[in-house]
Write a new protein. Structure first.
Ligand code: HEM
Length: 282
């Protein structure tokens, strides 16, 4: 994605060969997952009416006559799920920890909210507990405003169109930059600051409905991220567990430096290091 020239069409270095080998293993693993899902459906044909998971649902859709959905499409979709769901969520969490460490009042407020919601429990086991974590959710939204892990969305026009006065014929590749509004003072008070309060009613928030539309960490439209609610549940569960049991002793870049953004398919905190310590009041 980032190479100026696709040199590997003509020459392959050791790194490229390693990549091909890795990809073969990933595809073999995916074929294994699909075979397992099929075996499960054969053992319990009633699952075809009500699949137990997304993979089974994809296999059922593939098998419907006239689905127009090939085995290759199925593999591609499973691969997308694997790629799209893991790093994005993990890296967003890493940014949240980094920002909370630099803003101890926000970390304290998030911790107090978690303590109250968990009411002595070690981890969140009910959605109702997570629903009480408005401030934690605001921390996540704020981290995604400042450091969206998917800041570039690749699109292709399906018909001739004009965007902001620029004519785009059908089939034009467009790289959409989604982070422009995040640091924009037109949408956010003190846009450069990590202020979870931007996302809660009160002195720091503008019109919340339009604020929410201004940033698009999960994309928008028909291809909006289908994992957005799942990822929020995952992130809130993990943050609740961490804040309940640990203090953030250090979260920084290599050698204690501020963290740099590194774009490699998704935007990651380069070389982020985190040291946690059990809470003293634990
Ligand atoms: C913090 C976590 C996440 C972020 C920031 C994120 C962000 C994004 C973005 C920006 C897109 C492109 C949307 C567009 O083209 O308009 C996308 C697509 C996608 N995401 Fe996520 N994502 C996250 C978590 C997940 C999870 C947990 C899953 C699945 C378990 C997932 C599955 C997908 C899939 C399958 C697509 C492609 C959808 C399509 O092209 O129709 N994502 N995500």
């Amino acid at each position: 994605m980032l190479a100026p020239l696709p040199y590997w069409h003509w020459i392959r270095f050791a790194e490229d060969r390693r990549f091909e080998l890795d990809m073969r293993q990933v595809h073999a693993a995916i074929d294994g997952f699909i075979a397992q899902a099929r075996a499960g459906l054969e053992r319990q044909p009633e699952l075809r009416r009500q699949p137990a998971n997304l993979l089974q649902a994809l296999v059922v859709a593939r098998d419907q006559s006239g689905s127009g959905f090939s085995d290759e499409d199925l593999r591609g979709n499973v691969l997308t799920m694997l790629l799209a769901g893991e790093d994005t969520t993990a890296q967003t969490l890493a940014w949240v920890l980094y920002l909370l460490h630099r803003q101890p009042q926000a970390a304290d407020r998030a911790r107090a909210e978690v303590d109250e919601a968990l009411d002595g429990a070690d981890i969140a086991t009910e959605l109702a507990q997570l629903e009480q974590l408005d401030f934690v959710e605001a921390c996540i939204a704020e981290a995604m405003r400042l450091y969206p892990v998917g800041p570039v969305i690749a699109l292709e026009t399906r018909r001739d169109t004009v965007v902001a006065g620029v004519a785009l014929p059908r089939g034009t590749g467009v790289m959409l930059e989604t982070r422009a509004a995040g640091p924009d003072a037109a949408h956010f008070e003190q846009p450069e600051a990590f202020l979870p309060e931007h996302w809660l009613p009160g002195q720091w928030s503008r019109q919340l409905a339009s604020t929410r539309r201004a940033v698009m960490p999960f994309g928008a439209g028909t291809r909006i991220c289908p994992g957005r609610y799942l990822s929020l549940v995952e992130m809130k569960m993990l943050l609740a567990m961490l804040l309940r049991h640990f203090e953030l002793e250090e979260v920084c870049g290599p050698g204690g430096a501020p963290v740099r953004e590194l774009y490699a398919f998704s935007m990651r905190p380069a070389g982020l290091k985190a040291a946690l310590r059990l809470r003293r009041d634990h």
